[in-house]
Design a binder for this molecule. Structure first.
Ligand SMILES: [Zn+2]
Ligand SMILES: [Zn+2]
Length: 257
C-alpha cells in the first residue's frame, strides 16, 4: 500500500491516468567527455505497484477528468493574471502598460439551446445550469456542423493571421512602418483556447503593448489602451482564412462578432 499511495500521490487526483509500459534506464554521464557511464537507476513499469507507470491525463475537459481540468483552469488563471498584474517572472510594471483582455469567439453555426441572462432559451424552456441539452442545436437538421468542425480546425490559423494584422494595425496608428515598429514597441500576447458549450473553440487573451524589449521596457508615449483596443477590433475584422472546398462549397473562416 505505501508504494501504491506514493505512486497515486504523484497524479494529483487524476481520474483517468495514462498507463505506460516499458522501462527506463538512467546512466551516469561524464559531463566533460560525454562518455556514458554505469547504470544508476532502472525502472520497469510492470514492477511498479500499479503494474504500470502512471502519468496525469492532463485533459482540459471536466467531463473527462475533473482534477486535470481544474489544474488547467487554475494554471490558465495564473497565466492571465501574470500578464495583467505581473508575477511569475513578469515585472509588476506591466500593470501600467496599455493592455486589453479580449475574448474571440467563433461565428454562429445555427441557434443552440442556451441560458440567456434575460428570459428563456429560444426553444421556450428555462434550462437548468447542468441541462445536457445546453449547447446542442435547436434544429440538428439545419445546424452547420460542417462549418463548426472546420472552424475548430482553422482556429489557430485565424489567430495567427490576427496577430500579424494586429502588429500592422498598431504600427499604422502610431505612424510607423512595420520595420520601424520593432524599435519602438512590442505587442505581447497571453492566450488560452477553450471550448464553448456548443463545442466551438474560443480564445481569451491578454494583449499588451510593451517597450521594444518586452515586459521590462516602458511602452512608448503613443501607446494607449484606446489605440490598442481600436487596433484589436480592426485586426479581428480583417483576419480571414480560406478553408477547404467540401462538396462544391468553399469555406472561409473568421471570428464571430
Ligand atoms: Zn487527469
Ligand atoms: Zn432550449
Amino acid at each position: 500500500m505505501p508504494g501504491l499511495m506514493r505512486q497515486l500521490r504523484g497524479l494529483g487526483g487524476c481520474a483517468n491516468p495514462i498507463r505506460l509500459d516499458g522501462h527506463r534506464t538512467e546512466h551516469a554521464v561524464n559531463t566533460t567527455t560525454g562518455e556514458i557511464g554505469p547504470i544508476v537507476a532502472h525502472v520497469t513499469a510492470a514492477d511498479l505497484p500499479a503494474g504500470h507507470l502512471l502519468v496525469r491525463c492532463n485533459n482540459r475537459r471536466t467531463t473527462r477528468c475533473a482534477s486535470c481540468a481544474e489544474t488547467y483552469r487554475r494554471d490558465t488563471y495564473q497565466l492571465i493574471m501574470a500578464g495583467l498584474e505581473g508575477g511569475k517572472g513578469t515585472p509588476a510594471d506591466v500593470a501600467t502598460h496599455p493592455r486589453v483582455f479580449a475574448t474571440f469567439t467563433a461565428p454562429g453555426f445555427g441557434p443552440v439551446h442556451n441560458r440567456p441572462s434575460s428570459g428563456r432559451c429560444r426553444c421556450g424552456v428555462q434550462h437548468a445550469a447542468d441541462a445536457p441539452e445546453l449547447g446542442t442545436p435547436l434544429d440538428p437538421e439545419t445546424y452547420d456542423y460542417e462549418a463548426a468542425v472546420l472552424w475548430n480546425a482553422h482556429a489557430s490559423k485565424i489567430w495567427a493571421r490576427f496577430s500579424i494584422y494586429l502588429r500592422r494595425e498598431v504600427a499604422k496608428r502610431a505612424g510607423l512602418t512595420q520595420r520601424e515598429f520593432a524599435d519602438h514597441a512590442r505587442v505581447s500576447f497571453g492566450k488560452v483556447a477553450e471550448y464553448q458549450k456548443r463545442g466551438a473553440i474560443h480564445f481569451h487573451a491578454v494583449i499588451r503593448l510593451d517597450g521594444p524589449s518586452g515586459s521590462d521596457a516602458p511602452p512608448p508615449h503613443w501607446a494607449t489602451t484606446n489605440l490598442l483596443a481600436d487596433a484589436i477590433r480592426a485586426a479581428t475584422k480583417a483576419a480571414h482564412v480560406d478553408g477547404p472546398v467540401v462538396d462544391g462549397r468553399a469555406h472561409s473562416f473568421a471570428f464571430g462578432r
